[in-house]
Design a protein around this ligand. Sequence first.
Ligand code: NDP
Ligand code: MG
Ligand code: MG
Length: 332
Amino acid sequence: MAELFYDADADLSIIQGRKVAVIGYGSQGHAHALSLRDSGVDVRVGLHEGSKSKAKAEEQGLRVVSPSEAAAEADVIMILVPDPIQGEVYEKHIKDNLKDGDALFFGHGLNIRYGFVKPPAGVDVCMVAPKGPGHLVRRQYEEGRGVPCIAAVEQDATGNAFALALSYAKGIGGTRAGVIKTTFTEETETDLFGEQAVLCGGTAALVKAGFETLTEAGYQPEIAYFECLHELKLIVDLMYEGGLEKMRWSISETAEWGDYVSGPRIITDATKAEMKKILGEIQDGTFAKNWMDEYHGGLKRYNEYKKQDSEHLLETTGKELRKLMSWVDEEA
Ligand code: NDP
Ligand code: MG
Ligand code: MG
């Protein structure tokens, strides 16, 4: 069983006694910086020249300095810029500002797991990763609740790295919900696998294939959209609330029978064999290397895939249909 930690297991005074730099003010950055501040922690935000979120951070009462200044002032540095640029931000702004006993924090393990960031031996290396988007993390904190987090220590230079990570997690409300102990390796590999095989990659491909099967057979795209994309939310909400069992309790017996007999014909042994290959490429670093090459090579294939899908009948149909749904907010 996983090791779980709650408020009583975490000592907030540890992080309150440190100087924290949050580098980046996006989805996670704003939530961490604001909630740590509200937990009585000394926080500054490090943002690059021309940052789009600088004005917002200042409006919200935070002190914004350059990433280098933030790293120099602080002894706990949380890196919350996009994963593909963390290596560069580390080299340019953080590396030379690290002293023995400082702590380097991450919200995702990719750059440590694949060696794009190599911290010196005297520094604690920790992860606190909320299992939810930043806006939910902040909202839950403000409501006196929290989003569960996972926490890990890659390098325990001071001997107190995990206590520090738990203290940080408490400062953003994580221990109110529960913090699960993991490792950088486990978090990174399972996160990449989940988003590729199931959550994003697997689901998008499943929805598209189902939609294409119906429209190629002559059914109206609008009807196919409802059956293959729109209704997915109802099903996922049920699974989220009560697992497969609650989903099957709610759907008709006909749908449940079809689930049992047809599902395994869609996700076959061949699909699972491919999942194992994908996991292998995550574990041996092939995926991370290819992604960094793509990112730093100007995102050519990435933009091509994006364009292709934005022109797909599924997407153009959905755009029109969602105008009929007053309750759906396109602006997230
Ligand atoms: P976002 O893309 O939302 O935010 C990026 C922030 O970094 C912005 O404030 C952006 O500036 C800033 N930035 C961009 N370039 C630089 C630079 N060169 N120097 C300093 N700041 C820069 O990131 P996320 O919050 O999504 O992700 C941050 C980390 O959190 C990642 O490691 C991610 O894997 C992890 N994570 C994310 C989750 C999520 O829900 N999004 C969930 C759990 C973990 P600007 O002000 O110009 O926009
Ligand atoms: Mg991810
Ligand atoms: Mg139906």
